[in-house]
Design a protein around this ligand. Sequence first.
Ligand code: CAA
Length: 240
Amino acid sequence: MSRTALVTGGTRGIGKATALALKEAGYRVATNHVGSAEASDAFTKETGIPAWRWSVADYDACVAGVRAVEAALGPVDVLVNNAGITRDAMFHKMSPEDWREVVDTNLSGVFNMSHVLWPAMRERGFGRIINISSINGQKGQAGQANYSAAKAGVLGLTKALAQEGARMGVTVNAICPGYIETQMVMEVPEAVREKIIAQIPIGRLGEVQEIARSVLFLASDEAGFITGSTLSVNGGQYLA
Ligand code: CAA
């Protein structure tokens, strides 16, 4: 049976690796992002995976975007809430705008996408929602009050939704990646990054495929008894 998966923020980094892994495993895959039309085209040309452009922070855009995806690929069975941004600054330098943008995308974006897809997943008696949170939602990170708060919020949302979805065949889980080799992490000042790597017992950054494989497992039938859980994939950096 072929299922349809939608990966938000799916054209780069962890999202791209996840979209490719799902495709490889036989899913029909759609991605979403907020980049340019050229970036969409280049991604689709390279991977064969369609990409739709809308902001997960905008509820009405999520409604329209999901409608377009479902018209093209059929009902969405697996939602990977991966879209996320950073606006790092020490708290005394963080603007209300820095706070709002991160919470709107990283937390409300998860609400928006899940809320749009939830009724149909309940009705069909099957759904998988996999939320990409972060190690920094678990432990907090100086310079990331906005991001840490939003990612911790995602963990609370995951646990509440898991309880609501359980009897309807809808599982909801979170993955907390540690520091993974992505553009987001490579933008952290090098000196800061070196200090971070020194705190990772495995001694290296994670690879995007290591998160993609975790998503694949949580999306599978074999993971049907797992819901409301948080899977830490962080090289031992933080043991929650
Ligand atoms: N704990 C406490 N104080 C700290 C600190 C820390 N970890 N890091 C910096 N400070 C202090 C500094 O000592 C300095 O204090 P003084 O002014 O008294 O000397 C002050 O904060 C400002 O530090 P910076 O000079 O670094 O200030 P900046 O404004 O240039 O940069 C920053 C601040 C943008 C937050 C920068 O430190 C930074 O980028 N830190 C990394 C944050 C981080 O880990 N982000 C993760 C991004 S990857 C990701 O988010 C993916 C994921 O899920 C893991």
